[in-house]
Design a protein around this ligand. Sequence first.
Ligand code: AP5
Length: 237
Amino acid sequence: MVVVTSPEKNVSADLKSRLIGPIILLGPPGAGKGTQSRELVARYGIPQISTGDILRDNRARGTELGKQAEKLMDRGVLLPDQFVSDMVADRLRHADCARGFILDGFPRTIPQAKWLDEFLAGCDASTAVVVKLDVDYNQLLRRLAGRRTCPTCGRIYNVNFQPPRVPDACDIDGSKLVARKDDSEEVISARLKAYEKETLPLADYYRASGRLREINGDQPVERVTAEMFGAIENDRV
Ligand code: AP5
């Protein structure tokens, strides 16, 4: 049963001091993992760890890691498991992950999920809550084609569903919004195929251990957020 919790922004300090543990957001490209991560950060005060964002940041800064990732990302292909797992391990060692963290876009393959289970074994809250966002295929195509992102604050918009107040400008800081390079028609198709083949099997992996919570992501953002909070707090808080 999914308990729906109000997504009010002024949550008690209590939620922000409790041990929350790992929250894994699972779902196809465009399901709303990044959008919902921001709500989780605001509610629980734990960091979002998006492997896609870390990689894009490295690319923007021209690091060696970014250069290695570039070609595969632009084709919509997954990066090697070890490469991504090492990156996540570095991030999870930061002190801000002590009460919990949100994994957005990781794990994405069975080997990554097994690696994570081993990495977290023995931690205070080693058992993750895995929230899977389900969205209709055609809706995913519309969402990805219309996505725009603020290069300064990272806020996510959609020209069809969540437009900025002023076209092409961020509501928060006025920066000119950009489309992601991998949101072209051809690359979207490759990314969705990679999801079906390599990531979808994770649903069974987590279902088998009772960790999977499935949510209809094909609803207004606020409704998805409320159901997600309910699913997490049913387990954790
Ligand atoms: P990554 O950046 O992780 O991309 P992704 O998984 O394809 O997910 P997206 O960021 O496209 O979608 P999202 O679910 O976050 O949706 P969003 O909230 O933005 O990965 C990019 C690449 O990096 C991969 O292809 C791969 O090469 C590499 N990579 C990353 N992690 C890896 C890993 N672990 N292993 C190997 N390789 C890895 O929303 C989308 C749009 O929909 C937005 O415009 C938003 O406004 C809108 N929207 C959201 N919710 C709703 C709603 N409820 N109703 C209407 N519109 C909505």
